[in-house]
Design a protein around this ligand. Structure first.
Ligand code: MLT
Length: 266
């Protein structure tokens, strides 16, 4: 792991392999280790770059609000700091997907392609916004266990809950080891993120959309609709997986990514 100065902070980042770069952006409130299976599989053919976002893992923690745009600025600074001069494939899960869309809006010229996993283009409803603000206040008072209790029941397919306790335990451990200020700042940032639905038709690069068939947060129907709005899109449903598809069914996710990455005529 490297500790890299970027955009005024320090980011903890795994940077491994050679070839076209793929930047992996984790979901909320996790860290780069959620991509373990993809990093292992794809680093034989690609340069895989997986940071802990600001406020998570071993990266610098901020109080207040971290907007999706600020996270995108951090990623832009990170690839500069790592000397990445060519365009990148940006792969984001859920909040990582919100950040990928913010990156596409601001730094579209740096993209080779996008992989959007279990994510949404719409902004928060007023109710969702209020829920995030309440959770942000709660986590600062009571700690991250509160977030684990609220989120974990929604994250997995039945098969994962019944037969893959190690996946559930790994996610729980990422959530409960996250810093309360990092969690609260990302919640505030997600609450104020703009609706990106209009952006989808303006994305010019190829986009792979991946969704766990049992995802209750970003559903199959919602992600299929997103893919229909994007000019050059591919849509893949992952069986036996929910919101954490890359961890729940890594074989299918890796196969979909490899096919997308290797069959494109860039
Ligand atoms: C995530 O997995 O990053 C979260 O579910 C995103 C969200 O809370 O909207």
């Amino acid at each position: 792991m490297n500790r890299v100065a970027a955009n005024g902070i320090h980011l903890n980042v795994l940077d491994r392999g050679h070839g076209a770069p793929i930047l992996f952006v984790h979901g909320f409130p996790l860290n780069h280790t959620m991509w373990h299976a993809q990093l292992d599989a794809l680093s034989d053919q690609f340069r895989v770059i997986a940071p802990d976002l600001r406020g998570f893992g071993h990266s610098s923690v901020m109080q207040g609000t971290v907007s999706m745009e600020r996270f995108a600025d951090d990623l832009n600074g990170l690839i500069d700091a790592l000397g990445v001069n060519e365009t990148v494939t940006l792969c984001g899960l859920s909040m990582g997907g919100y950040i990928a869309l913010a990156f596409a809006r601001k730094f579209g010229h740096r993209l080779r392609s996008l992989i959007l996993c279990d994510t949404r283009a719409v902004g928060d409803s007023p109710e969702a916004m209020a829920g995030r603000k309440k959770l942000a206040a709660g986590v600062l008072e009571h700690g991250p266990e509160l977030v684990a209790t609220a989120m974990l029941p929604k994250l997995f397919a039945v098969e994962t809950t019944d037969r893959r306790p190690e996946v559930v335990a790994a996610v729980r451990s990422m959530v409960t080891s996250s810093h309360p200020h990092g969690i609260a700042a990302a919640l505030q940032g997600m609450a104020q993120r703009p609706d990106s639905s209009e952006l989808l038709s303006q994305i010019e690069v190829p986009v792979l959309l991946i969704v766990g068939r049992e995802d209750k947060i970003s559903t199959v129907d919602e992600m299929r609709t997103m893919s229909q709005a994007i000019k050059r899109s591919e849509f893949v449903e992952i069986p036996a997986a929910g919101h954490m598809a890359p961890m729940e069914n890594p074989e299918s996710v890796n196969a979909a990514m490899r096919k997308f990455l290797s069959t494109r005529t860039w």
